[in-house]
Design a protein around this ligand. Structure first.
Ligand code: ARG
Length: 565
């Protein structure tokens, strides 16, 4: 909360208490609104919200309060209009705000998460398959949430929980031994692994005994068969080689690469604990936790043959993570299709009496289709992420050539803009909404797109390169384009905290677009360079503050800052 708003809140609380009613500063804070039009003031108190507790009419409260704020330090005037009390901050407030924004420091944010730890499990692909468009959501939403929490002062652990342990690995080993070789694998990479996996599916239809072989092979892998372990490690290395390249392109790194396989030896203790706490039930030979009381199907812990399952591993992993990182929050970013899985095993940890069960968070997102078509790996309708990136970069380059912008570093800028456009498209809307990816609109430089933000950032950076900035501007009286922009920029810390609380990067996306629109209005209506004297200094400061905030937003969303376009 800004300093001045804080003081206003305290004054309102004081007034309410003097009238014999009750109100806390925290509650008071949420009563305020920011008028859409700065002509109506910089902050407004809709007094009908106080009407009930004060047993008075809103317009009566507004005018009474307006008198109470007469001569109040830091505001120019408080005006009662209808049931609203509108505060005008006056020029000094904006000058002080601007000075703070130019510093590019955000102490309120750091305070928010001071001393806290968040573990984020995202991206987490199943090995031996290339990244496809379906992986985009978890990867970029997870990365953005991680950046947002980091900016909020949290200590973050980005975890890639590679899907490297399951019957599918048995299938891959069988297929490899039958139809492939080390040489082929080294040469073709994951593509070869995909080829033999598909082949396995087809062959197993003709000869179902292959499935039994795969299960037996996986069991032997679990029991530590040397040859199988070595082949499995090779699959993993080859997959990682390719994943790392994609992550590099996206500018994403992980702190921990503990895949599902790491938890094999941690599961027996969990199964034992479940048994001791009498939570396990035998159902048709399998061990389950009955969740009917909570309106959920049972959570499967052990199969009939005693082998473990996805939930078993997640429970063991969470337990291990708590012991290792002592997290305040442990969040999982996956498609909404896995919501039930998370709800079930979160419940199981609660029933086990784990004190950290309440700190587990599932961050689901909607499905991604491409040009209206659903993507499904089983039907072969896969769109590879690298292909999408390459095409986006080529399209960005064509626009850059055509518009004749960016003379130098064309490669670098096309890469930043192309990839940025794809990343932004996955972060632009509320994450739970289904997204239909289309090329139209994704790459344009003047729409609600990633390139529009990067372009505006570059515009601000370019003005600053050409201007000489650093002089005094305390005598400048801001015009409405300027105060509108400063007001928006001042919301930054609140916006980041809100997006953290809601695990919602689109709050940052929308905010950044708003900043761009206001900056471009200012840029077109107010001459910056050459306006002279304190006006020019003020406008350069405002441009610098905009660049700071837009740069921060790009960082948070996981897009590259483009100094020049
Ligand atoms: N590997 C899984 C998949 O591709 C996602 C893992 C999500 N994380 C977790 N702890 N379950 O669907």
């Amino acid at each position: 909360m800004s300093n001045i708003k804080n003081k206003i809140c305290e004054k309102v609380v004081e007034y309410v208490i003097a009238k014999g009613a009750e109100l806390t500063v925290d509650t008071a804070e949420n009563l305020f609104e920011t008028p859409a039009d700065s002509k109506l003031g910089d902050l407004a108190l809709p007094c009908f919200k106080l009407s009930k507790i004060l047993r008075n009419r809103p317009d009566g409260i507004a005018s009474d309060l307006a008198n109470a704020f007469d001569g109040f330090d830091g505001i120019e005037k408080a005006e009662a209009v209808g049931g609203y009390l509108n505060f005008f901050f006056g020029k000094n407030k904006f000058l002080t705000d601007l000075k703070n924004l130019v510093k590019d420091e955000y102490p309120e944010l750091l305070e928010f998460g001071k001393g806290k730890v968040i573990v984020l499990d995202f991206s987490s692909p199943n090995i031996a398959k290339r990244f496809h468009l379906g992986h985009l959501g978890t990867t970029v939403i997870g990365n953005a949430v991680r950046n947002i929490y980091k900016a909020c002062g949290y200590k973050t652990f980005a975890l890639n929980y590679l899907g490297d342990w399951g019957t599918q690995n048995g299938k891959q080993i069988v297929a490899f031994k039958k139809w492939s070789s080390r040489e082929l694998l080294e040469r073709e990479g994951i593509k070869e692994l995909e080829r033999i996996y598909v082949m396995f599916g087809k062959e197993a239809e003709k000869d179902p005994s292959l499935n039994d072989q795969a299960r037996a092979t996986f069991r032997e892998l679990e029991n530590g068969n040397k040859e199988y372990l070595e082949i499995w490690q090779l699959f993993k290395d080859i997959s990682l080689r390719e994943y790392t390249q994609t992550y590099k392109r996206l500018g994403i790194d992980f702190d921990v690469w503990d895949g599902e396989s790491l938890y094999t030896d941690k599961m027996p203790a969990i199964v034992e604990e479940l048994r001791e706490k009498e939570l396990l039930k035998i159902d048709d030979g399998a061990s389950i936790v009955d969740l009917s009381e909570y309106n959920m199907p049972p959570d499967l812990i052990l199969k009939r043959d005693g082998s473990t399952l996805y939930p078993t591993r997640d429970i063991a992993a969470a337990n291990y993570r708590y012991n290792t990182y002592k997290f305040d929050k442990c969040a999982y970013v996956t498609s909404a299709g896995q919501s039930l899985h998370f709800a079930q095993w979160f419940k199981v940890t609660e029933l086990m009496g784990k004190e950290w069960a309440k700190d587990l968070v599932h961050i689901p997102y909607g499905t991604m289709s491409f040009g209206g078509e659903k993507l499904a790996s089983r039907t072969g309708n896969i769109i590879l992420l690298n292909d999408v990136f390459d095409e986006a970069v080529a399209k960005a380059r064509a626009i850059i050539e055509e518009k004749n912008i960016a003379n130098e570093n064309k490669d670098e800028i096309s890469e930043a803009v192309g990839i940025g456009a794809v990343v932004f498209s996955a972060l632009a809307n509320g994450r739970i909404k289904d997204t239909n990816f289309t090329w139209e609109g994704t790459l344009s430089f003047d729409g609600n797109t990633g390139p529009y933000i990067q372009y505006t950032y570059a515009r601000a950076a370019s003005v600053l390169r050409r201007g000489e900035f650093g002089g005094d501007y305390s005598n400048h009286t801001p015009v409405s384009e300027e105060t509108d922009l400063i007001r928006k920029l001042c919301e930054y810390q609140d916006v980041v905290i809100r997006s953290a609380n809601e695990y919602e990067p689109s709050i940052i996306s929308r905010y950044a677009l708003n900043v761009c629109t206001l900056f471009n209005q200012f840029y077109h209506n107010c001459r910056i360079l050459g306006s002279g004297g304190e006006t020019e200094q003020f406008r350069l400061a405002l441009t610098s503050a905009t660049r700071n905030i837009l740069g921060r937003c790009l960082d948070l969303l996981g897009m590259k800052r483009t100094e020049e376009i």
